[in-house]
Design a protein around this ligand. Sequence first.
Ligand code: PMT
Length: 406
Amino acid sequence: MESGKRVLLIISGGIAAYKSLELVRDLRRRDIAVRCILTDAGSQFVTPLSLAALTEDKVYQDLFSLTDESEMGHIELSREADLVVVAPATANILAKMRSGIANDLATTALLATDKQVIVAPAMNVRMWKHAATQENITILQERGVQVIGPEEGDMACGEYGMGRMSEPAALVEAIENFFHNAGQAPQKSLIGKKAIITSGPTHEAIDPVRYLANHSSGRQGHAIAKALAELGAETVLVSGPTQLADPMGVTVQHVKSAEDMLAACEAALPADIVVCAAAVADWRVANPPSEKIKKNGALPSLDLVENPDILANVSQLDKDRPALVIGFAAETEDVIAYAQAKLAKKGCDWIVANDVSPETGTFGGKNNTVHVIDAETIEDWPTLSKEGVGQKLAARIAIHLENNST
Ligand code: PMT
């Protein structure tokens, strides 16, 4: 039985177009009706026949097709959808969207629509990083277009970097979130709020060439920063060393050690929201030598001292304490009990508990299973992508601040 939800999917020309077939199948499994516009370039990668079979519908390709226009005009195509998704979105179609160029069916429908648009960029890493593409994306986001991905990884062109289209599961999640939110109160906005997020590991020097660190990739913290910025918060991300690109629309302070991270957070205060997702090293070497420690037969011993606790410091501020301070608890056993103890000890308002046992793949992986804990409640969230956790947490923060505003 159809759910009554309708997506207009625009497939532009990129090797990632094959993922759109899976996206259609996944949406149809959720009883979401999908109507496709396939650009000329898109049809070099997937056939109208496969799309028609998967959507159980006609595939629209030609702006000047008499038959198409009489059956379903290009204005009608966007009018009758609840949501427009462009996946893959090439650099070319993004540039046309930004400039309002309408020279084929896809771009005409995009210019004519007043519906929410989600784009899933997919392109070569240098095309993605080009100032023109970055400017186009920023302007589209400012106009309300939701951008999912791209992700980092091996590319069809043989290069490595940012530019791979997000997996269909991430798009399905964003589409389901759209339908979920549309039926409820309008999305709460964080415009006018300031957020500071810590992310990634810290590196604590042993000597000038060696350091103590951990397995944090920064994915979770970066995703939270991105989601808060998307809701309009002025967002400062204080990031330890990671391989990740700086999220768009976020001010990023790159730091190495826990002491640097604390200093950068203090410099960014005051704020309304602080989320400590970084895996800060608990200890550092007391007096790291300025020259490399030589291997001379004797085993060196390291004197460790405790690092400052950023989360506890911010939570226990007397003056200008942020309205909402959120910590994470990375545990390998008794996850909830240890997280509750950290909540009480550090004095934050919520703690997001996650199991970081190696078999969970939480450190460095794409997904996370979290429990959001406050003084009264424990909320168990399903396994989500780290982007999904970021979006859900940002929405929860916005609702909390709205409900507790004076
Ligand atoms: O980076 P990813 O690969 O995506 O992995 C995500 C993650 C597992 C790192 C993340 O989800 C997470 O759990 N982050 C917190 C890691 C951690 O250090 O947890 P903890 O239980 O040791 O610390 C508790 C809290 O105190 C955390 O909010 C931490 O940021 C904060 N802390 C800890 C020590 C310290 N010196 N200063 C702090 O602010």
